[in-house]
Design a protein around this ligand. Structure first.
Ligand code: NAP
Length: 248
């Protein structure tokens, strides 16, 4: 028996990285997948075919997660195309790292809007079909940087800390309706986002991890699978650190 057989999942930012890995993992486990992309149009368009090879229904939507109206329209389209929505994975995210002294208002706003406002946008829209069917699982991608902070990432850390407060509040608001809300706080996961970093910084991070390696996309996707599936039926309002013991 597959863990997500017949469930409808919406994953934001699945064209690359962790979101892409979660989409593949969920399709392998029998979920029908609605996913979004924004800049990576070719990759986004190719993903639906990749997912359909698992024998499930898949559809990609080009949608900006930071746009409130677009999020509402997206969820309406997903419900029209798939019938309902069981799982929401708020994964879309960016970094615009720099010291506070150099950070522009635009860099602050972009990171807060794409990382944090997007979670509000999508969760608010997704709660409607979830409330109607009296069940749902919401999984938000935070970061250990949102727990411990990081020099040069004040905008990113604030967005990821905000996601944790939001996740816990929604868990309290919607728990009685059988809608669970949890967060994943990945540590150093090696993806395109981290490829853009200085190799010396990356080597330094690996050395500080008790398991002496960066995390893989699969490490995060497996945790998302647990939180999205009925395996975690009584887990609500929690943050699971996937960091190899980096933050204990
Ligand atoms: P990534 O490889 O850069 O991928 C980011 C994804 O988000 C892409 O698919 C991108 O789509 C999408 N995206 C960006 N802006 C968007 C927008 N406005 N609307 C819709 N989609 C948008 O990043 P990643 O490393 O996989 O990270 C995924 C999530 O995990 C992020 O929330 C990140 O903060 C979190 N995280 C990552 C790490 C890590 O070490 N990698 C650690 C902790 C937390 P397009 O390319 O199509 O625009």
């Amino acid at each position: 028996m597959k863990l997500l057989e017949g469930k409808i999942a919406l994953i934001t930012g699945a064209s690359r990285g962790i979101g892409h890995g979660i989409a593949l993992k969920f399709a392998e486990q029998g979920a029908n997948i609605a996913f979004t992309y924004l800049a990576s149009v070719e990759k986004g368009e190719a993903l639906a075919k990749e997912l359909e090879a698992f024998g499930i229904k898949a559809k990609g939507y080009r949608s900006d997660a930071s746009d409130f109206k677009a999020a509402e329209e997206l969820v309406n389209s997903v419900v029209a195309d798939f019938g309902t929505l069981d799982i929401l994975i708020n994964n879309a995210g960016i970094t615009k790292d720099t010291l506070l002294m150099r950070m522009t208002e635009q860099q602050w706003d972009d990171v807060i809007n794409i990382n944090l406002k997007s979670v509000f946008n999508l969760t608010k829209a997704a709660q409607k079909p979830m409330l109607k069917q009296r069940k749902g699982a919401i999984v938000n991608l935070s970061s250990i940087i949102g727990i411990k902070g990081n020099a040069g990432q004040s905008n990113y850390a604030a967005s990821k800390a905000g996601i944790i407060g939001f996740t816990k509040s929604i868990a309290l608001e919607l728990g009685s309706r059988n809608i669970r809300s949890n967060a994943i706080a990945p540590g150093f996961i090696e993806t395109e986002m981290t490829d853009a970093l200085d190799p010396k910084i990356v080597e330094g991070w690996r050395a500080t991890i008790p398991m002496k390696r960066g995390g893989t996309i699969e490490d995060v996707a497996n945790t998302a699978l647990f939180l999205a599936s009925d395996m975690s039926a009584f887990v609500n309002g929690q943050v699971i650190n996937v960091c190899g013991g980096m933050l204990t």
